[in-house]
Design a binder for this molecule. Structure first.
Ligand SMILES: [Fe+2]
Length: 379
């Protein structure tokens, strides 16, 4: 199993993981052999990254943070809730609090898990799946901080509802492809205050959770909005959700740009951690994310190329790689496994989007720095 971008899909490739809509329906099931029609369907849904079966790599297990049904249920509830709010209905918090509870129970059962999965999302459902993604990232961080159950509930509820104010922002602005006008940008910037105003009126939502909606765009150096508050003036849950929000947004395709790869997002957050985020929380947050998730095609320092098949929480930058091509770009008759935790002189230098045809074209060997025809995933 490996990660592939839609640009490199070919007919007869087999889907290794199912793709779901925000309503939890299967758009394309695991095991499906792709046809031209399916590939066009995926393009239409805005799915740009997929897991594809690769016989040379074999079956690779990727642990889910939570069950796919739980994630789908959370996305479905979020979608319903935001649609209701946009129609002027009152917030029904019962279901959302229950699903956050379910997520926490599953995460507690799985404490050593690392965020290792590249989600195959439908772009049109971004605003709903994003809320769930942020909730998971925030809760994993809360667990790393040894939060007790009640703190996790407050954090998780705030995280899943952090963008609730966007329900009141017109979709044409939220999903605009081109550059936003000054007025549109200032409209979007109203969502934290709108969200806070909705949540603070809701008897079942704690003020600390409502505060997350209000403060998740504040930045430690005072450059954020709506209040421009700094450092510890920003409540801790909000500082965590700020990190989760940026990580999830950058890792996802948007109408106006392609997603960034996990190691690129990690790099950005690490750099910014000293400036706009809480440095201590940044370090804890990043410990839980695999920079080279399972299924990534990577190039090692000696030119060998393969696919990540395992990664552990204790050493996330040093995955196990199944090497498929030697340093001269020749396909190995028998793939070898390299555990970078043991082979300490070896390291990943590049993550690429694997393109089957280029292997054939390049079997003559290295002819310069850009001997691969693999396309780096566009930023
Ligand atoms: Fe937001």
């Amino acid at each position: 199993m490996k990660i592939l971008s839609i640009d490199n899909l070919k007919e007869n490739m087999q889907l290794a993981r199912s793709i779901y809509s925000a309503k939890g329906n299967v758009l394309l099931a695991e095991g499906t052999y792709l046809t031209d029609k399916y590939i066009k369907k995926l393009e239409r849904f805005g799915v740009s990254t997929l897991y594809i079966t690769d016989q040379r790599i074999g079956q690779v297990e990727v642990d889910e943070l939570v069950k796919i049904q739980t994630r789908n249920e959370a996305t479905k509830i979020t979608k319903k809730l935001m649609t209701n709010i946009s129609k002027g209905k009152a917030l029904d918090s019962e279901k959302i609090v229950k699903v956050v509870d379910d997520i926490i129970k599953e995460l507690i059962d799985n404490p050593n898990i690392i965020i290792n999965l590249v989600e195959m999302r439908v772009m049109n459902d971004y605003h709903f799946s994003h809320n769930v993604g942020v909730c998971l990232l925030a809760l994993v961080t809360g667990m790393a901080l040894n939060y007790n159950d009640s703190k996790l509930k407050l954090l998780g509820t705030g995280a899943i509802l952090h963008d609730i104010g966007k329900a009141k922002i017109p979709l044409e602005i939220l999903n605009k492809k081109g550059k936003l006008t000054k007025f549109e940008y200032s409209d979007i910037q109203k969502h934290p205050q709108i969200g806070y105003d909705i949540l603070k009126e809701c008897a079942d939502i704690n003020w600390l959770s409502a505060c997350v909606a209000w403060q998740h765009h504040e930045r430690s150096d005072g450059s954020g909005y709506p209040l421009g508050i700094k450092g510890f003036q920003i409540q801790e849950f909000s500082r965590i959700v700020a990190l989760a929000d940026v990580y999830d947004a950058m890792s996802t395709d948007r109408i106006y740009r392609k997603r960034f790869l996990p190691h690129q997002v990690i790099e950005y957050i690490r750099d910014q951690g000293q400036l706009i985020f809480d440095p201590d929380l940044t370090a804890i947050f990043l410990q839980n994310i695999a920079p080279f998730p399972i299924g990534s095609t990577v190039v090692l320092e000696n030119g060998e190329r393969g696919v990540v098949i395992d990664v552990t929480k204790d050493f996330p930058t040093r995955p196990v790689v199944k090497v498929l091509y030697d340093r001269n770009d020749r396909l190995l008759a028998v793939p070898s496994e390299k555990d970078l935790k043991k082979e300490l002189t070896s390291f990943v230098i590049k993550v690429i989007d694997d393109n089957e045809e280029s292997h054939v074209a390049n079997q003559g060997g290295i002819t310069g720095k850009k001997h691969y025809k693999h396309k780096m995933i566009a930023l």
